[in-house]
Design a protein around this ligand. Sequence first.
Ligand SMILES: [Zn+2]
Length: 350
Amino acid sequence: MYLNPVDTRKTRRSKLKEALFSFAFHSGLVRFGRGFNKNSLTVLNYHRIDDPDRADFDTFKPNVSARPADFDRQMDYMARWFNVVSTRQVVDWLRGGKPLPPHAALITFDDGYLDNYTKAYPILRKHNFPAIIFLTTNYIESDLPFFWDLVAYCFHHTKLNHIHLPNGTRREWNGRAEGEQVSGELIASLKILSEGEKRDWTARLPEMLEVAIPAGFFRNSMVSWDQVREMSQNGIEFGGHTMSHPILTRIPIEQAKIEILGSKMRVEKELGKETVGFAYPNGLETDYSAGIQLAVKEAGCGAAFTLLNGPSPFEEVKREPFTIRRIFISHRHTLPRFAALVSWVNRYRG
Ligand SMILES: [Zn+2]
């Protein structure tokens, strides 16, 4: 087996890092200075709960936040060290209601994948935890795939071993691992195209890679409205995540307003109750502007969530309720790493 020196260094460094996380976790050091975080809101961000290494997993692996057993252990950790609250409680507090408990935490999911219902929901129920799922409403009960899942699916099933990326470069791969790497590169390069170009490009991909997608395949990858209603009766909240998942700063503001309000209204129509939370697609600093935040507020939301990292002191959440930070969880994170991510140090690690 060949390993280039950069990979070796990287592996050694990550092993050392993991050993440090493990030491901090088992010695309790990870909670040193826990009091600093007492008046903070810690928001976890999940996407999918599944096993990305099962042989038939053929969609976008980096979207898997945790395997079910790991998610269960993370929830045990939250039960022990945090007070998990609902988005409704956060918004009531923001509007002048009851104060939040110390070490408040919120559990959030983006996009609305089916495994939120089949895998995460039973674990949340076991812990009696509220959580919020932000739905991309046009994808629910539709055959439409998210472009990252379509790309990953095509790479998983193609017999070809080369492609021309949108920037014109020809990429070749040997075996599944290399294929996944090229697939990741393609997803990154599609992300920066305009919404129209991205759509056209992805539509051509199955033919380019000579892959046939079984009818209805992607219909079954998201939750259904019936499942949403069932969860809603049992402590799970829902919020908008736009209708079609565009990066809101890359489309005209009038269209962005429709995406925001449209997803909120659809969720409310299906549930018959008000929703108060919203999550920005992609969630990085360039993906929401002051105008977008205002549109979310004017749509009647009380809180909106980014993917800027770290816990937020209560006073910051009060000051900036439309740019609340979240901690992105990946299936690559061990429990000691998770514990470090939800510690106050995570906000100041630079
Ligand atoms: Zn999303």
